[in-house]
Design a protein around this ligand. Structure first.
Ligand code: DOR
Ligand code: ZN
Length: 335
């Protein structure tokens, strides 16, 4: 049994830089036609010069795969219209992080007050640059995304022409917002479709499943699955594959991030097959994103076959999700 996907897209990906970039990037560029590249390097990508240089480093590490890195800038509230007009030629979106909510986000915004962000957000709206948001407050960890919903609503109401993507949503409340505001969209990761907080801390602590936002409750996961599996047009796949070296995960002070890049398509296929929804996988991994971002990806056909694949224990210094485990599907070839 085989399944062919046309131009899969990963709409939220961390490929890092330097040695880590070389270790991980080809795992995505082999099987994806493009990916939204996160800008949370140290220092974050805030200039066109840094953005172009980073894109070049990514392209020169990709073994000539057909792959388009869709670049993003790290949101700053003092970007002006002229800068953004020039930046628009090179970017697909701008990513907003509240300061300190996750890895390398200290340079993010310290106040989510709409008036303080209005200048940049109005310019982005006029220039049709999508806003991607890491939507978490600094509240109690299980409530951070829920508390952020009122901020999403303010953004959606104040900037009705701005496309806003709620990144890596984990709660039923975020799913509910999608029906209420035309200009809100969302990415969903593989791991949030599979795990709850129980899998992370309910038994022995699983550092490789620790990420931001933390996985939530069964009822939240069910809502994410409902929209992902049903070809609901406002959600798209974004892995948030976030590699960290093993010694930064298996230690006191574990870094947040699940590394899924090498296994996402195989496991998504397994998941959609389990729910008898294989016909809707194409929408989730590519078609919805093409419509939301209004772009045509490179042509790439990825064929998966129902054949066992044993996940390696590590890729360089990075431990993938399902390390050492057997998957039911593998990648047969890419054209
Ligand atoms: O778990 C996460 N890891 N969540 C994020 O938002 C950032 C990411 C990273 O960069 O490691
Ligand atoms: Zn991320």
């Amino acid at each position: 049994m085989t399944l062919t996907l046309n131009s899969p897209l990963d709409m939220h990906l961390h490929v890092r830089d330097n040695d880590m970039l070389k270790t991980v990037v080809h795992l995505s560029t082999y099987s994806f036609a493009g990916a939204i590249i996160m800008p949370n390097l140290v220092p974050p990508i805030t200039t066109i010069k840094a953005l172009k240089a980073y894109k070049q480093r990514i392209l020169s590490s990709t073994c000539k795969d057909d792959f388009e890195p869709l670049m993003t800038l790290f949101f700053k509230s003092d970007y002006d219209y002229e800068f953004l007009k020039e930046a628009k030629k090179y970017i697909s979106a701008i990513k907003l992080y509240p300061s300190g909510v996750t890895t390398n986000s200290l340079d993010g915004v310290s106040s989510m007050d709409v008036e303080k962000l209005r200048g940049t957000l109005e310019a982005m709206s006029e220039l049709e640059i999508p806003l991607l948001v890491h939507g978490e407050t600094s509240g109690f960890v299980m409530d951070r995304e829920k508390e952020f919903c009122s901020i999403y609503e303010q953004f959606a109401i104040n900037f009705p022409n701005l496309k806003i993507v709620m990144e890596h949503i984990t709660t039923a409340q975020s799913v509910a917002l999608l029906d209420r505001y035309e200009n809100l969209y969302a990415t969903i990761t593989l791991h949030h479709l599979l795990i709850t907080l129980d899998d992370v801390i309910g038994g022995m602590l699983k550092p490789h499943l620790f990420c931001k936002p933390i996985a939530k409750r069964v009822e939240d996961k069910e809502e994410l699955l409902r929209v992902a599996l049903s070809a609901y047009p406002k959600v798209m796949f974004g892995s948030d594959s976030a590699p960290h070296p093993k010694d930064k995960k298996e230690c006191c002070g574990c870094a947040a991030g699940v590394f899924t890049a090498p296994i996402v398509l195989q496991v998504l296929t397994q998941l959609f097959e389990k729910y008898d929804k294989l016909e809707n996988l194409q929408a989730f991994v590519s078609d919805n994103a093409q419509k939301i971002y209004n772009f045509k990806p490179l042509n790439k056909k990825v064929t998966l076959e129902k054949k066992e694949f044993i996940v390696p224990n590590s890729y360089g210094s990075v431990v993938p999700m399902f390390a050492g485990e057997k998957l039911l599907w593998s990648i047969k070839g890419v054209l």
